[in-house]
Design a protein around this ligand. Structure first.
Ligand code: PEP
Ligand code: MG
Length: 583
């Protein structure tokens, strides 16, 4: 703990963009004082009953939170809470803790030791997503301990004025109460980019920084705090000068947002009337509100993996159908491009498929379309859901990770079989549904001319295309500096794919993060992309740039960069153009 009014700057993970300034509301002081107590044989029974009572109370509390999430954010988010309920029912908790108590220790201590063991094994897992799940186990453990010890956690409902929440960790039920509770931003000790908290924060558009290690120990209730969700910085008790600077910065950002909102209903059109589409990438239906608020002209990438996470069974055809139907109807008259599941790589889900083993190189392994081709019945279930929904909306299908024409044909064969089945069952679908391929593997980019002939559109996934072309793991911070979207090899591949698509008379889009970076917009338009699909909050910024350039100057810049030897000079050229302004 620092002296009050001492300025502290902490660096963490930028989880949700924007700047928030306010007073600290310290959510918890979770240091439980655990005492090991030996218990007699007679006490064992009572201790086990006390433990089981605590489990029942924890379950009741969790179900109430889940209900609240369901009502506020909907089914998809409520499912996040299923993961917590599953932990509570796991034999590690229900069986092993009881066994430990029977060996003669008090319930709190028995639970603590079992959790410690489980958490240690999670820490050894290489995969970031799974490693982070240890925080869920810690959270559930704390809830049970609180009931065992009769300790009440401070609640967000106690917040009476605009505040910044500081906590060791926040569960989905906490983040969901934020909107109603004057929370302007939040910061936590733990968590990473894939944590549930970060996902919900982005969708609620609350600035957040996570993974600060010990911020909850640095602050006291009422401290002044700045959350810089753009840079992943937190400043505690800033000097008046820093505070003024941030207030000015915040004002500028608010003004920019207000200014950008005016573009909402205007088309993404260059000054010489060249029209492109600025669509949105979404990962769950709750983001539709944000897409429409920011003026998205459709969904260019619906990542459907969400449907497979945090559950022990596969989604049914009906779940797929209902989900896609809901999204497409909300998005009308715009298009919805549904990407078939891209499980694998850094998007692992334990979907319980027989024969699926751990791989040493998951990004090069049985991922996305490869997984679907190996398990056609799983693929068909999703395709049936998509096709049925296509009868009642404007849907296109997109396959991820296509590496060549053979894979595309194999996927299309299953699609056509599925269509035949639906026809024979008398079930309706859009007979002219467009089917596209993501171009995100260099082999596909180099053979895009062949692929384009057998698809209706191409969409470039630069997140993977850059990773595979430059041999840079996209989630490894040690090589992050080598991840260069403007590498000449990438620019040449982009040109190749776009030209190949156009020569075959097909439209070409981009749904990788490169499309969302305003620095690259002009080059991408100049290269000839027809659609940019970006995260909802980026839509107005990209639209603004499109509307302030001419196709002619964009083309000239694209030609220039294709002959530039290094990308520093390219960035300089782009920054030199006035219209970049402060986008
Ligand atoms: C990509 O690879 O660019 C892409 C959009 O797909 P994802 O990030 O889901 O792998
Ligand atoms: Mg990808």
């Amino acid at each position: 703990m620092t002296e009050k009014n001492t300025t502290n700057i902490l660096h963490g993970v930028a989880a949700s963009s924007g700047i928030a300034i306010g007073r600290v509301f310290l959510l918890e002081d979770d240091e439980f004082c655990l005492i090991q107590r030996e218990i007699s044989k007679e006490e064992t029974k009572r201790e086990i009953t006390r433990f089981r009572d605590a489990l029942v109370k924890t379950r009741t509390e969790m179900l109430a939170s889940q209900e609240k999430i369901y009502k506020t954010l909907g089914k998809e988010y409520a499912r996040l809470a299923d993961a917590y309920l599953l932990i509570l029912e796991d034999p590690l908790i229900t069986r092993d803790v009881v066994k430990r108590i029977s060996e003669g220790v008090n319930a709190e201590y028995a639970l603590f030791r079992i959790l410690e063991k489980v958490i240690r094994s999670f820490e050894m897992i290489d995969d970031e997503y799974f490693r982070e799940r240890k925080h869920d186990i810690q959270d559930v453990g704390k809830k049970i301990l609180r009931h065992l010890m009769g300790k009440e956690r401070r609640s967000l409902t106690e917040i009476k004025e605009e505040s910044i929440v500081v906590a060791h960790n926040l569960g989905p039920s906490d983040t969901i109460s934020m909107r109603e509770n004057l929370v302007k931003g939040f910061v936590t000790d733990i968590g990473g980019r894939t944590s549930h908290t970060a996902i919900v924060a982005q969708s609620l558009e609350i600035p957040a920084v996570v993974g600060l290690r010990n911020v909850s120990a640095y602050v006291r209730d009422g401290d002044t705090i700045i959350v810089d969700g753009n840079q992943g910085l937190v400043i505690i008790n800033p000097t008046p000068e820093v505070l003024d600077n941030y207030k000015r910065e915040q004002e500028i950002q608010f003004a920019q947002v207000r200014e950008l909102e005016k573009l909402r209903d205007l088309p993404a059109q260059t000054t010489d009337s060249h029209r492109v589409i600025v669509a949105a990438n979404i990962e769950n239906p709750e983001e539709i509100k944000s897409v429409l608020k920011h003026g998205g002209e459709g969904i260019g990438l619906y990542r459907t993996e969400f449907l497979y996470f945090n559950r022990s069974s596969l989604p049914t055809e009906e779940e797929h159908y209902q989900n896609y139907l809901h999204v497409t109807q909300k998005m009308l008259p715009y298009n919805l491009i549904i990407r078939t599941m891209d499980i694998g790589g850094d998007k692992l889900a334990n979907i319980g498929l027989e024969g699926l083993t751990e791989e040493s190189n998951p990004f090069l392994g049985l991922r996305a379309i490869r997984l679907c081709l190996k398990y056609p019945s799983v693929f068909k279930t999703q395709l049936r859901g998509i096709l049925r929904a296509s009868a009642e909306g404007k849907i296109k299908i997109m396959y991820p990770m296509i590496s060549g024409i053979a894979e595309l044909r194999a996927a299309n064969k299953i699609l056509h079989e599925t269509m035949d089945e639906l026809r024979s069952e008398g079930k309706k679908f859009d007979e002219n549904i467009e089917v596209g391929a993501m171009i995100e593997v260099p082999s596909a980019a180099l053979t895009a001319d062949v692929i384009a002939k057998e698809t209706d559109f191409l969409s470039i996934g630069t997140n993977d295309l850059i990773q595979y072309t430059l041999a840079v793991d996209r989630v490894n911070e040690n090589v992050a500096g080598l991840y260069e979207p403007l590498h000449l090899s990438i620019l040449r591949l982009l040109r190749n794919v776009i030209n190949a698509g156009h020569s075959a008379g097909k439209w070409v889009g981009m749904c990788g993060e490169m499309a969302a970076d305003p620095t690259f917009t002009m080059i991408l338009i100049g290269l000839g992309l027809n659609e940019l699909s970006v995260s909802p909050v980026q839509i107005p910024k990209i639209k603004k740039i499109v509307r302030s350039i001419s196709l002619l100057e964009a083309k000239a810049l694209a030609e220039d960069v294709l002959v530039s030897p290094d990308n520093e000079s390219i960035i300089k050229k782009i920054k030199a153009k006035e219209f970049m302004g402060n986008a």
